[in-house]
Design a protein around this ligand. Structure first.
Ligand code: MSP
Length: 643
């Protein structure tokens, strides 16, 4: 009989920043679900990948002096290394720069254009470069991008648009008729009430201001703008739009798209509408999980609180990290990553409960039976509690995973571990061992413990794959099939156990916390910022063409309708000038009045937002523009030359 297909996806990641523990979370969760589905007999397709186009990538590559493809190739190699370190068992890794994907996306775009769902117009709005999203005035939060909180720029360009509104009613009806489509439930209401019911705006789907993207075949000045390119990956990875569509036929529609809540709108509104327009079935479920927070807030590079999975794995091993993510974060809500809670959880659950169960059992089989697993010959009533719980646990785990309740699945497994530890205390094997007449009873107890460990190992293998292997080595079992959990007799009597190292050595909490703190400090000291390469060499004659002057700001006000701009009146000593400068997010007008600044005095005047700008004020900024400071020449007479 052929296996039932199961198709699960993670988002495709932007290769623009180093992946952190938050991104790792989605992928580890998808991996656990995939492994569990394989274990329980499904033919699984687990897709992940990278979302490689866009203005930001192009900019960074230009700054590094390499091609965008060279730039993304480097980062993608690092992402693949991270997934291998985290034991991620993806079946396919798609890159949006893959030929088959680009061709299929071009065909999708053309089809949507030919059937009238995409039309050409122009777009004027507020643009957030890091998010590659246009926003309307009303969507901005404190004049910044509502998604990432960073400043936006006014931008206008010719663009193609997707007629989203045409399909809105059909989508509302679909969501209402398919209660499982958007999960968790609360997120469904948010999508319906905040976006769909108030009315959908058409979506900008092409750009002309940069060229690192998939070209529109029939209008080459345009590249296909990020979401049509990115979302299509879920079907192009299966061969949709190419010659071999066997995987598409087998796996589409997807069983679940796992994503973070910030990209739910794209997955539950734009993506289904694209699919409706293409006449394709919608994914069965989109699950938007919460944020992984650090010290109560979002991780961000500028706050310096980004948790690096590589550091954690190097310090603790991969399974403790997987365990914390899967067990501690309620799947669907926000959760906290905290070093102290993490270490304490390793000590209590992994070291005390699981590690000790294994080491005690194997040690007793060695001590009392020369390492050979004894037969189950003298049963007592107390055994049934352990045996019944073991037999019930697979179903509990399976039900939890089917509802994507990963922490609950682990809880059920740890209940069994707890029950087995309690069984040791209740049966007191060390007392049975003192009485030769109770040898068979002692054998039965140790058989039951070995078999309980075999259950635990199979059940836990999807979540902590390395740990499961180590347990199997010590209890020397190769009987690891899911179906063997139907009966409590899969351990082979006479097998010789192999005592190994402790699964999880006990961690000294204070010492480890201090070590992590020291590591963090050392890393932040040594972490080299990405340095923007020095521009092409110029001669002193080239430089002497630039006339830099110390000027005093005598008046300053915002430019109406331009959130980033300030209009300054400056005194050069013998004349006054007006200069428009993009420093409004960093300075209030009153902060500048009376200050000396440096003016590029012989720059050709231009008009910015209708205002004359006679020169440019010098300012220095960090590479991500998060900090910007106007250059301060100190107290020199106005008109002084800077050279
Ligand atoms: N490229 C888009 C996705 C396109 S899918 C067709 C993207 N990439 S991303 O790299 O910025 O983010 C990838 C995923 O990481 C998103 O699901 C996002 O929600 C998730 N997370 C980013 N930070 C996170 C946390 N702090 N916690 C949990 N998930 C987080 O978006």
């Amino acid at each position: 009989m052929s296996k039932k297909p199961y198709y699960i996806t993670t988002p495709i990641y932007y290769p623009s920043t180093k992946l952190h523990i938050g991104n790792t979370y989605t992928t580890v969760a998808a991996d656990a679900i995939s492994r569990f589905k394989r274990l329980t007999g499904y033919d699984v397709m687990f897709l992940t990948g990278t979302d490689e186009h866009g203005q930001k990538i192009q900019r960074v590559a230009e700054e590094k002096g390499i091609t965008p493809k060279e730039h993304v190739d480097e980062i993608v190699a690092g992402i693949k290394d991270l997934w291998s370190m985290m034991n991620i068992s993806y079946d396919k890794f798609i890159r949006t720069t893959d030929d088959y994907h680009m061709k299929a996306v071009q065909d999708i775009f053309k089809k949507l254009y030919d059937q009238g769902d995409i039309y050409k117009s122009s777009y004027e709005g507020w643009y957030c470069t890091p998010c590659e999203s246009f926003w309307t005035e009303t969507q901005l939060v404190n004049s910044n991008c509502p998604d990432c909180g960073r400043p936006v720029e006014r931008s206008k360009e010719e663009a193609y648009f997707f007629k989203m509104s045409k399909y809105a009613d059909k989508l509302i009806q679909y969501i209402e008729e398919h209660p499982d489509f958007i999960q968790p439930e609360s997120r469904k209401n948010e999508m319906l009430n905040n976006f769909l019911r108030p009315g959908l705006q058409d979506l900008c789907v092409s750009r002309t201001s940069f060229n690192w993207g998939i070209p529109v075949t029939f209008d080459e000045s345009h590249v296909i703008y990020v979401w049509i390119d990115a979302l299509s990956n879920y079907i192009t990875a299966l061969g949709y739009g190419n010659d071999d569509t066997e995987l598409y036929k087998k796996f589409w529609p997807a069983d679940v798209h796992l994503i973070g809540k910030d990209i739910l709108r794209f997955h539950t509104i734009y993506w289904p509408i694209m699919l409706m327009a293409l006449g394709l079935p919608l994914p069965k479920q989109v699950f938007g999980h919460g944020w992984l927070l650090v010290d109560g807030g979002k991780m961000s590079k500028s706050k310096g609180n980004v948790v690096d999975p590589v550091t954690l794995v190097n310090s603790f091993g991969v399974d403790p990290v997987r365990y914390y993510l899967l067990r501690e974060i309620p799947f669907g809500s926000d959760g906290l990553f905290n070093n102290e809670i993490f270490i304490k959880k390793i000590n209590s659950d992994l070291c005390n409960d699981l590690g000790n169960l294994l080491s005690r059992t194997v040690a007793m089989v060695e001590k009392y039976f020369g390492g050979v697993i004894p037969a189950q010959s003298v049963k007592e009533g107390i055994d049934d509690e352990l045996i019944n719980l073991a037999l019930e646990t697979p179903k509990k785990v399976e039900e939890s995973i089917n509802e994507l309740k990963i922490p609950e699945a682990l809880e059920a497994i740890f209940d069994l571990i707890g029950r087995a530890n309690k069984y040791i205390d209740e049966t007191t094997p060390w007392i049975l061992a003192k009485d030769e007449a109770k040898k068979d009873r002692l054998g039965t107890v140790l058989y039951n413990l070995s078999e309980a460990l075999r259950f635990v190992s199979i059940l836990i293998s999807s979540f902590l794959p390395d740990t499961a292997k180590k347990i199997n080595e010590q209890i020397a079992t190769t009987n690891v099939e899911w179906d063997s959990l139907k009966e409590f007799n899969g351990t082979v009597v006479g097998t010789k156990v192999v005592k190994g190292d402790n699964l999880f050595p006990r961690i000294d909490v204070d010492a480890k916390l201090a070590e992590l703190e020291a590591l963090k400090e050392a890393e932040s000291k040594s972490s080299k910022r990405e340095i923007i390469p020095i521009k092409e060499e110029i001669t002193i004659d080239d430089f002497s063409k630039i006339d830099l002057r110390v000027v005093k700001v005598i008046a300053c006000e915002p430019v109406k309708g331009a959130k980033k701009l300030l209009k300054l009146k400056v005194d050069l000593g013998n004349e006054e000038r007006q200069v428009v400068s993009g420093i409004a997010k960093d300075y209030k007008p009153e902060e500048l009045v009376g200050k000396n600044v440096v003016l590029v005095a012989n720059l050709k005047p231009v008009k910015l937002r209708g205002e004359l700008s006679q020169g440019m004020i010098l300012a220095a900024s960090t590479d991500d523009d998060s900090i910007l400071k106007v250059v301060d020449p100190g107290e020199l007479p106005t008109g002084s030359v800077v050279r």
